[in-house]
Design a protein around this ligand. Structure first.
Ligand SMILES: [Zn+2]
Length: 444
């Protein structure tokens, strides 16, 4: 039996289903898709004849499936096809939730958490109705699976926006959960996804504290905090990308989405010139100096003197200026040290890293699966789970993701352990809603 703790409900849609939904939609939102797709892939699609042009499902799949190594913006351009073709009304949300749950139950997934995101400006009434529609669909999916002799528990995690209204949407959900036992049963966490660049975890510290306080005050409505971080980090140095992952864990994120920067081989960055804001570099130097002796226990690193000189120089610059960092062979060694230091710190927390091999291979633009950090995480005693992320788009399923983790270097025994332990990393357990006896439950 499998437990899928990282997937996005609409990213689960098979190509055939998306095509059908789009064709039935009287007004697809082409403006979301056409230009972004042309910009990313140089292909101009014609809304007028789209469903004739791509009637051959193989052709449609070539537009939809994301199986190439390309940056997050290309992935987003393909995800936009989903956003453009769906209607996102209650009936559709309910049906999709039901069908996705059933299809997962039929592939031996017995517990899954599905992430869903509404638009920033959704009004409370519509937000609530869609939320309930999704929960009803999940419940219907569970019941349908049962009638076919399969057991699955399906739960909902709401993705909220990094930039706007995240506190407001959280407050709405908490208030509704107090009154609505059905919603309380299915809604188990909140998530931050989408573009992470420009949204440092330190800005969410206060908000995370509030959630953790609320969770302790009333466990029956506790929500887990899930946080995509270290997946896409072009705008900063790998050192800062690793520190962001630590800051997310330190702030109390229960599960970290991807965290690739933490474990990817430092050689991946060799000879790259990276840029970042002066303020970001200053944050990093501050962190380095505060933890200097502990970092050194993990290998060679910048000298304290150099860090101080650089800091004093940067203080004369404007925070929004950019600095460049050449990732030469010495810095590659330092990065190895820094990654190992942060991994040892994360291993001492209760944070879990969610690895999604296909997604990481393509969006992370890894050369091949052995470059995936999952085995390195495992060897560093970090708690990990394996998720399918957007199995419809990546043309995969959870079983195949376990096979890919195997190709990444984990043996069968380690994989079985991850598979079993994943059931201990569910949102209700991590948020404190469900109490388990770890001595009884932990399977090593
Ligand atoms: Zn994700």
């Amino acid at each position: 039996m499998y437990c899928d703790l990282h997937n996005h409900l609409y990213g689960c849609l098979p190509a055939e289903t998306l095509f059908r939904i789009g064709k039935e939609n009287p007004e697809p939102r082409w403006h979301i898709y056409v230009d972004a797709f042309e910009k990313a892939y140089g292909i101009k699609t014609q809304p007028k004849s789209f469903f004739e042009d791509y009637a051959d499902i193989k052709k449609f799949k070539s537009l939809y499936h994301f199986k190439e190594k390309a940056p997050f913006l290309n992935f987003q351009a393909k995800f936009n096809l989903i956003i453009a073709l769906i209607q996102f009304h209650e009936k559709e949300i309910r049906e999709i939730s039901r069908d996705v749950v059933l299809s997962h139950a039929l592939t031996d997934v017995s517990y899954a958490e599905y992430r869903l995101m509404f638009s920033k400006d959704e009004l409370p009434d519509a937000y609530y109705r869609k939320l309930i529609a999704c929960c009803e669909g999940l419940a219907e999916g569970e019941a349908k699976a049962k009638s076919e002799g399969k057991f699955i528990e399906a739960r909902l995690v709401m993705s909220i926006h990094r930039d706007l209204y995240f506190e407001r949407h959280y407050d709405w959900m908490k208030n509704w959960m107090v009154k609505d036992t059905f919603l309380r049963k299915y809604l188990v966490g909140i998530d931050f996804c989408h573009i992470e660049e420009g949204f440092p975890p330190k800005d969410k510290k206060h908000f995370f504290n509030q959630i953790i306080k609320d969770n302790k005050a009333e466990t029956s409505t506790a929500l887990s905090i899930l946080y995509h971080v270290g997946e896409s980090f072009r705008e900063k140095s790998p050192f800062s990308a690793v520190r962001w992952i630590w800051e997310s864990a330190e702030n109390g994120a229960h599960r970290l989405g991807h965290a690739l920067a933490l474990g990817i081989s430092p050689d991946f960055f060799l000879a790259e010139e990276r840029t970042e804001l002066v303020s970001e570099r200053l944050d990093q130097i501050h962190f380095d100096l505060e933890n200097y002796d502990s970092i050194l226990e993990f290998g060679s690193y910048f000298s304290k003197e150099d860090l101080n000189v650089e800091r004093n120089l940067l203080k004369t610059k404007i925070n929004n200026d950019q600095i460049t960092m050449m990732m030469d062979s010495i810095k590659i060694r330092y990065l190895q040290t820094f990654q190992n230091f942060i991994m040892s710190k994360i291993a001492q927390t209760n944070s879990i890293i969610e690895c999604c091999p296909s997604s990481n291979l393509y969006i992370g633009m890894l050369e091949n699966l052995p470059d995936h950090p999952i085995a390195r995480f495992y060897d560093n005693n970090i708690k990990i789970t394996i998720g399918s992320d957007d199995p419809g788009l990546f043309d995969t399923n959870l079983k195949r993701e376990y096979e890919k983790a195997h190709e990444s270097g984990l043996d069968e025994k380690s994989l079985s352990e991850i598979q079993r332990n994943s059931f201990l990393y569910t949102s209700p357990i991590l948020s404190g809603r469900e109490i388990i006896d770890l001595n009884q439950g932990q399977v090593n």
